[in-house]
Design a protein around this ligand. Structure first.
Ligand SMILES: C[S@@+](CC[C@H](N)C(=O)[O-])C[C@H]1O[C@@H](n2cnc3c(N)ncnc32)[C@H](O)[C@@H]1O
Length: 281
Protein backbone atom coordinates (compact mmCIF):
# COMPACT_ATOMS: atom_id res chain seq x y z
CA UNK A 1 0.00 0.00 0.00
CA UNK A 2 1.21 3.48 -0.77
CA UNK A 3 0.76 4.61 2.82
CA UNK A 4 4.27 3.21 2.95
CA UNK A 5 5.57 6.40 1.37
CA UNK A 6 5.49 7.69 4.94
CA UNK A 7 8.96 6.08 5.14
CA UNK A 8 10.20 8.88 2.84
CA UNK A 9 11.42 12.28 4.10
CA UNK A 10 8.37 14.34 4.96
CA UNK A 11 6.11 11.31 4.51
CA UNK A 12 3.62 11.25 1.69
CA UNK A 13 3.29 15.04 1.67
CA UNK A 14 7.07 15.24 1.14
CA UNK A 15 6.94 12.89 -1.86
CA UNK A 16 4.15 14.91 -3.48
CA UNK A 17 5.80 18.23 -2.56
CA UNK A 18 8.85 17.11 -4.52
CA UNK A 19 6.69 15.83 -7.41
CA UNK A 20 4.32 18.82 -7.53
CA UNK A 21 6.17 21.02 -10.03
CA UNK A 22 6.12 18.38 -12.79
CA UNK A 23 3.04 16.38 -11.68
CA UNK A 24 0.94 15.64 -14.81
CA UNK A 25 3.13 18.03 -16.78
CA UNK A 26 5.67 15.82 -18.56
CA UNK A 27 3.76 15.57 -21.84
CA UNK A 28 1.95 12.30 -21.02
CA UNK A 29 -1.79 12.89 -20.58
CA UNK A 30 -2.61 10.68 -17.60
CA UNK A 31 -4.14 12.19 -14.45
CA UNK A 32 -6.29 14.65 -16.40
CA UNK A 33 -8.06 11.96 -18.50
CA UNK A 34 -8.47 9.72 -15.45
CA UNK A 35 -10.04 12.55 -13.44
CA UNK A 36 -12.19 13.60 -16.37
CA UNK A 37 -13.89 10.20 -16.18
CA UNK A 38 -14.72 10.76 -12.50
CA UNK A 39 -16.06 14.25 -13.18
CA UNK A 40 -18.30 12.93 -15.96
CA UNK A 41 -19.66 10.16 -13.71
CA UNK A 42 -20.43 12.67 -10.94
CA UNK A 43 -22.45 14.79 -13.36
CA UNK A 44 -21.91 18.04 -11.44
CA UNK A 45 -24.59 20.66 -12.03
CA UNK A 46 -24.19 24.46 -12.12
CA UNK A 47 -24.38 25.95 -8.64
CA UNK A 48 -23.37 22.81 -6.72
CA UNK A 49 -20.90 22.84 -3.82
CA UNK A 50 -18.04 20.50 -4.59
CA UNK A 51 -15.15 19.19 -2.50
CA UNK A 52 -12.10 17.48 -4.04
CA UNK A 53 -10.08 15.65 -1.36
CA UNK A 54 -6.45 15.08 -2.34
CA UNK A 55 -6.79 17.52 -5.23
CA UNK A 56 -3.14 17.41 -6.32
CA UNK A 57 -2.58 19.76 -9.28
CA UNK A 58 -6.31 20.02 -9.94
CA UNK A 59 -6.88 17.20 -12.46
CA UNK A 60 -10.39 16.77 -11.05
CA UNK A 61 -10.77 20.10 -9.26
CA UNK A 62 -10.58 22.24 -12.38
CA UNK A 63 -13.22 20.37 -14.43
CA UNK A 64 -15.38 20.07 -11.29
CA UNK A 65 -15.11 23.83 -10.80
CA UNK A 66 -15.95 24.51 -14.44
CA UNK A 67 -19.03 22.27 -14.12
CA UNK A 68 -20.34 23.99 -11.00
CA UNK A 69 -19.51 27.43 -12.40
CA UNK A 70 -19.38 30.82 -10.67
CA UNK A 71 -22.77 30.20 -9.04
CA UNK A 72 -21.29 27.27 -7.13
CA UNK A 73 -18.26 26.63 -5.00
CA UNK A 74 -15.35 24.22 -5.31
CA UNK A 75 -12.79 23.47 -2.60
CA UNK A 76 -9.64 21.43 -3.14
CA UNK A 77 -7.80 20.01 -0.14
CA UNK A 78 -4.38 18.37 -0.22
CA UNK A 79 -1.77 17.35 2.35
CA UNK A 80 1.10 18.63 0.20
CA UNK A 81 1.71 22.38 0.63
CA UNK A 82 3.52 22.59 -2.72
CA UNK A 83 0.60 20.95 -4.55
CA UNK A 84 -1.73 23.46 -2.91
CA UNK A 85 0.52 26.42 -3.74
CA UNK A 86 0.82 25.45 -7.42
CA UNK A 87 -2.86 24.57 -7.82
CA UNK A 88 -4.00 27.77 -6.09
CA UNK A 89 -1.95 29.72 -8.66
CA UNK A 90 -3.46 27.66 -11.51
CA UNK A 91 -7.06 28.45 -10.42
CA UNK A 92 -6.48 32.10 -9.52
CA UNK A 93 -8.77 33.12 -12.40
CA UNK A 94 -11.68 31.05 -10.99
CA UNK A 95 -12.77 33.04 -7.91
CA UNK A 96 -15.33 30.42 -6.79
CA UNK A 97 -12.50 27.90 -6.30
CA UNK A 98 -10.42 27.59 -3.14
CA UNK A 99 -7.45 25.34 -2.44
CA UNK A 100 -6.07 24.65 1.01
CA UNK A 101 -3.77 22.33 2.91
CA UNK A 102 -5.68 19.67 4.81
CA UNK A 103 -5.80 15.98 5.65
CA UNK A 104 -8.24 13.90 3.61
CA UNK A 105 -8.44 11.47 6.54
CA UNK A 106 -10.06 14.09 8.76
CA UNK A 107 -11.20 17.12 6.77
CA UNK A 108 -12.05 19.95 9.15
CA UNK A 109 -15.16 21.06 7.31
CA UNK A 110 -18.77 21.53 8.37
CA UNK A 111 -20.98 18.44 8.09
CA UNK A 112 -23.64 18.23 5.39
CA UNK A 113 -22.17 21.11 3.40
CA UNK A 114 -21.32 19.58 -0.01
CA UNK A 115 -23.42 18.28 -2.90
CA UNK A 116 -20.47 16.37 -4.27
CA UNK A 117 -17.29 14.93 -2.73
CA UNK A 118 -14.71 13.70 -5.24
CA UNK A 119 -11.45 11.93 -4.56
CA UNK A 120 -9.29 10.81 -7.44
CA UNK A 121 -6.45 8.33 -6.74
CA UNK A 122 -6.15 9.21 -3.04
CA UNK A 123 -8.07 6.67 -0.97
CA UNK A 124 -5.31 4.04 -1.14
CA UNK A 125 -2.79 6.45 0.38
CA UNK A 126 -4.77 6.86 3.56
CA UNK A 127 -4.02 4.87 6.72
CA UNK A 128 -7.70 4.10 7.30
CA UNK A 129 -9.69 4.29 4.03
CA UNK A 130 -12.85 3.16 5.80
CA UNK A 131 -12.74 5.99 8.34
CA UNK A 132 -11.96 8.49 5.58
CA UNK A 133 -14.93 7.33 3.49
CA UNK A 134 -17.15 7.70 6.54
CA UNK A 135 -15.81 11.21 7.19
CA UNK A 136 -16.45 12.23 3.55
CA UNK A 137 -19.99 10.88 3.74
CA UNK A 138 -20.69 13.15 6.72
CA UNK A 139 -19.72 16.15 4.58
CA UNK A 140 -22.46 15.41 2.03
CA UNK A 141 -25.95 16.82 2.14
CA UNK A 142 -28.78 14.27 1.96
CA UNK A 143 -28.82 13.03 -1.63
CA UNK A 144 -25.25 14.24 -2.21
CA UNK A 145 -22.85 12.13 -4.32
CA UNK A 146 -19.45 10.71 -3.55
CA UNK A 147 -17.05 9.48 -6.19
CA UNK A 148 -13.70 7.81 -5.50
CA UNK A 149 -11.27 6.72 -8.20
CA UNK A 150 -8.85 3.83 -7.78
CA UNK A 151 -6.87 1.59 -10.14
CA UNK A 152 -7.87 -1.77 -11.53
CA UNK A 153 -5.25 -4.41 -12.36
CA UNK A 154 -1.92 -3.36 -13.82
CA UNK A 155 -0.60 -4.23 -17.28
CA UNK A 156 1.58 -7.37 -16.91
CA UNK A 157 4.27 -6.18 -19.32
CA UNK A 158 4.81 -2.88 -17.47
CA UNK A 159 4.79 -4.66 -14.13
CA UNK A 160 8.24 -5.91 -15.17
CA UNK A 161 9.47 -2.31 -15.02
CA UNK A 162 7.97 -1.75 -11.57
CA UNK A 163 9.48 -5.05 -10.44
CA UNK A 164 12.96 -3.52 -10.87
CA UNK A 165 12.21 -1.46 -7.76
CA UNK A 166 10.95 -4.36 -5.66
CA UNK A 167 14.30 -5.32 -4.08
CA UNK A 168 14.60 -1.82 -2.64
CA UNK A 169 11.12 -1.44 -1.25
CA UNK A 170 10.34 -2.01 2.41
CA UNK A 171 7.63 -4.68 2.86
CA UNK A 172 4.88 -2.16 3.38
CA UNK A 173 5.70 -0.53 0.01
CA UNK A 174 5.66 -3.74 -1.99
CA UNK A 175 2.22 -2.96 -3.35
CA UNK A 176 2.93 0.68 -4.01
CA UNK A 177 0.87 0.69 -7.15
CA UNK A 178 -2.18 0.41 -4.95
CA UNK A 179 -4.47 -2.13 -6.55
CA UNK A 180 -2.91 -5.26 -5.09
CA UNK A 181 -4.30 -8.74 -4.70
CA UNK A 182 -5.72 -8.28 -1.20
CA UNK A 183 -7.68 -5.63 0.64
CA UNK A 184 -10.39 -3.28 -0.52
CA UNK A 185 -8.53 -2.07 -3.62
CA UNK A 186 -8.18 -5.55 -5.13
CA UNK A 187 -11.69 -5.54 -6.60
CA UNK A 188 -14.67 -3.40 -7.55
CA UNK A 189 -16.62 -5.10 -4.75
CA UNK A 190 -13.98 -4.20 -2.16
CA UNK A 191 -14.22 -0.48 -2.89
CA UNK A 192 -18.00 -0.64 -3.22
CA UNK A 193 -18.11 -2.17 0.25
CA UNK A 194 -16.06 0.74 1.63
CA UNK A 195 -18.70 3.15 0.36
CA UNK A 196 -21.65 0.99 1.47
CA UNK A 197 -20.34 0.55 4.98
CA UNK A 198 -19.85 4.33 5.18
CA UNK A 199 -23.63 4.58 4.79
CA UNK A 200 -23.88 5.38 1.06
CA UNK A 201 -26.52 3.86 -1.19
CA UNK A 202 -26.91 3.26 -4.93
CA UNK A 203 -23.26 2.27 -4.92
CA UNK A 204 -21.89 1.32 -8.33
CA UNK A 205 -18.65 1.08 -10.24
CA UNK A 206 -17.96 2.73 -13.56
CA UNK A 207 -14.93 1.23 -15.32
CA UNK A 208 -12.91 3.11 -17.88
CA UNK A 209 -9.62 2.53 -19.62
CA UNK A 210 -6.92 5.17 -19.96
CA UNK A 211 -3.85 4.79 -22.17
CA UNK A 212 -0.42 6.23 -21.36
CA UNK A 213 1.99 6.60 -24.26
CA UNK A 214 5.67 7.49 -23.95
CA UNK A 215 7.64 9.01 -26.82
CA UNK A 216 10.81 7.29 -25.58
CA UNK A 217 12.30 5.77 -22.40
CA UNK A 218 13.42 9.20 -21.18
CA UNK A 219 9.81 10.37 -21.15
CA UNK A 220 8.85 7.32 -19.09
CA UNK A 221 11.68 8.24 -16.69
CA UNK A 222 10.44 11.83 -16.33
CA UNK A 223 6.89 10.53 -15.82
CA UNK A 224 7.99 8.05 -13.15
CA UNK A 225 9.52 10.86 -11.05
CA UNK A 226 6.51 13.15 -11.49
CA UNK A 227 3.90 11.25 -9.44
CA UNK A 228 3.53 8.67 -6.65
CA UNK A 229 6.08 6.36 -8.31
CA UNK A 230 8.65 8.90 -7.16
CA UNK A 231 8.43 7.18 -3.76
CA UNK A 232 9.83 4.03 -5.42
CA UNK A 233 12.78 5.97 -6.87
CA UNK A 234 13.41 7.56 -3.49
CA UNK A 235 13.55 4.08 -1.92
CA UNK A 236 16.49 3.22 -4.22
CA UNK A 237 19.88 4.32 -2.81
CA UNK A 238 21.19 7.28 -4.80
CA UNK A 239 24.28 5.38 -5.98
CA UNK A 240 22.03 2.72 -7.58
CA UNK A 241 19.69 5.07 -9.48
CA UNK A 242 21.73 4.85 -12.70
CA UNK A 243 21.73 1.07 -12.52
CA UNK A 244 17.94 0.84 -12.07
CA UNK A 245 17.41 3.39 -14.84
CA UNK A 246 19.71 1.43 -17.19
CA UNK A 247 17.84 -1.81 -16.47
CA UNK A 248 14.53 -0.06 -17.15
CA UNK A 249 15.83 1.45 -20.39
CA UNK A 250 17.14 -1.99 -21.48
CA UNK A 251 13.61 -3.37 -21.09
CA UNK A 252 11.92 -0.42 -22.76
CA UNK A 253 14.42 -0.31 -25.65
CA UNK A 254 13.29 -3.82 -26.54
CA UNK A 255 9.63 -2.86 -26.88
CA UNK A 256 8.04 -1.50 -30.10
CA UNK A 257 5.14 -0.05 -28.19
CA UNK A 258 5.89 2.24 -25.24
CA UNK A 259 2.30 2.49 -24.09
CA UNK A 260 -0.03 0.75 -21.72
CA UNK A 261 -3.71 0.66 -20.95
CA UNK A 262 -4.85 1.05 -17.36
CA UNK A 263 -8.18 -0.04 -15.96
CA UNK A 264 -9.60 2.80 -13.90
CA UNK A 265 -12.38 2.27 -11.39
CA UNK A 266 -14.74 5.09 -10.41
CA UNK A 267 -16.81 4.02 -7.41
CA UNK A 268 -19.90 6.12 -6.83
CA UNK A 269 -22.54 6.37 -4.11
CA UNK A 270 -25.21 8.66 -2.75
CA UNK A 271 -25.96 9.76 0.80
CA UNK A 272 -29.46 8.60 1.70
CA UNK A 273 -32.07 11.12 2.79
CA UNK A 274 -32.36 9.68 6.31
CA UNK A 275 -28.63 9.15 6.93
CA UNK A 276 -27.72 9.34 10.61
CA UNK A 277 -24.35 10.93 11.43
CA UNK A 278 -21.74 8.29 12.27
CA UNK A 279 -20.44 8.21 15.85
CA UNK A 280 -16.94 7.66 14.52
CA UNK A 281 -16.94 10.49 12.01
C1 LIG B 1 -2.03 10.40 -7.06
S1 LIG B 1 -2.22 12.04 -6.47
C2 LIG B 1 -3.85 12.44 -7.08
C3 LIG B 1 -4.04 13.92 -7.20
C4 LIG B 1 -5.30 14.33 -7.96
N1 LIG B 1 -6.50 13.92 -7.25
C5 LIG B 1 -5.29 13.75 -9.36
O1 LIG B 1 -6.19 12.99 -9.69
O2 LIG B 1 -4.36 14.07 -10.11
C6 LIG B 1 -2.53 11.81 -4.76
C7 LIG B 1 -2.70 13.13 -4.01
O3 LIG B 1 -3.18 12.82 -2.71
C8 LIG B 1 -2.56 13.68 -1.80
N2 LIG B 1 -2.68 13.08 -0.49
C9 LIG B 1 -2.12 11.95 -0.03
N3 LIG B 1 -2.47 11.72 1.25
C10 LIG B 1 -3.30 12.74 1.59
C11 LIG B 1 -4.02 13.07 2.77
N4 LIG B 1 -3.94 12.31 3.88
N5 LIG B 1 -4.77 14.17 2.77
C12 LIG B 1 -4.85 14.96 1.66
N6 LIG B 1 -4.20 14.71 0.53
C13 LIG B 1 -3.43 13.60 0.48
C14 LIG B 1 -1.14 13.82 -2.33
O4 LIG B 1 -0.46 14.93 -1.80
C15 LIG B 1 -1.41 13.90 -3.83
O5 LIG B 1 -1.59 15.23 -4.24
Amino acid sequence: MVRAVSTQPGGIAGVFDRAADTYDRVGVPWFAPIAQGLVEELDVQPGERVLDVGCGRGAALVPLARATGPGGHALGVDLSPRMVERTAADVADLPWVQVRVGDASAPELPPASYDVVASCLVLFFLPDPQAATRAWTELLVAGGRLGATTFGPQDDRWKRVDDLFTPFLPPQMQDARTSGRRGPFASDEGVEELLRSAGLEDVRTARRTVRATFADPQQWLDFSWSHGQRAMWEAVPQEQHDDVRDQAFALLDGWDDLSFEQDVRHTLGRRPEGHQPSENA
